[in-house]
Write a protein that binds this ligand. Structure first.
Ligand SMILES: [Zn+2]
Ligand SMILES: [Zn+2]
Length: 164
């Protein structure tokens, strides 16, 4: 995912990349990764606007079955030739670009953006019934006879721990 910025005049440029799933080291990604990148060059600044689009499969928080997700995420960062930024590691979104560096590999930034696209909570479907706390069956596929009402709420936590 290299972008050549040598002799680039001021203006807006756009780049597209598509990386096959086999080349991604992200187990949960199950489709190719589509990357849409816009570069705005103005004087000594290069502003990158990166969008990622992919599909993923992660375990559902309720039933542990596979949840299929279509995820997108965006990242904006600036690379600048300005000497003032030299040695400034504080802000990862604003980085110094050495005068002799003419190729930018956006892959590490793209992969960070992919990782950050995953939501904290995942449910396979809104009406997911989850796992029975008594018998441990996936209630979506194996309806069981147990009644949730019988569980003393004080035991619920303990049963959950036992499952893990
Ligand atoms: Zn589920
Ligand atoms: Zn049950």
């Amino acid at each position: 995912m290299e972008i050549n910025i040598s002799r680039l005049s001021d203006g807006r440029y756009s780049y597209q990349f598509e990386e096959p799933v086999s080349q991604l080291d992200e187990e949960q990604v199950v489709s190719s990764l589509k990357v849409d990148c816009t570069l705005d060059k103005a004087f000594e600044n290069h502003v990158f606007h990166v969008k990622v689009d992919f599909e993923a499969e992660v375990p559902c928080d309720r039933c542990l079955g596979p949840a299929h997700l279509h995820l997108t995420n965006e990242l904006v960062f600036t690379l600048s030739r300005s000497e003032e930024l030299k040695g400034n590691d504080l802000d990862p979104d604003f980085r110094y670009l050495a005068p002799d560096q003419n190729k930018i590999d956006i892959r590490p930034d793209v992969l960070d953006t992919v990782r950050l696209a995953f939501p904290m909570k995942v449910i396979c479907k809104e009406e997911c019934l989850g796992i029975c706390l008594i018998c441990g069956k996936n209630k979506n596929t194996e309806p069981c006879e147990c009644s949730d009402e019988k569980i003393d709420p004080r035991w619920e936590k303990l049963l959950k721990l036992k499952k893990n």
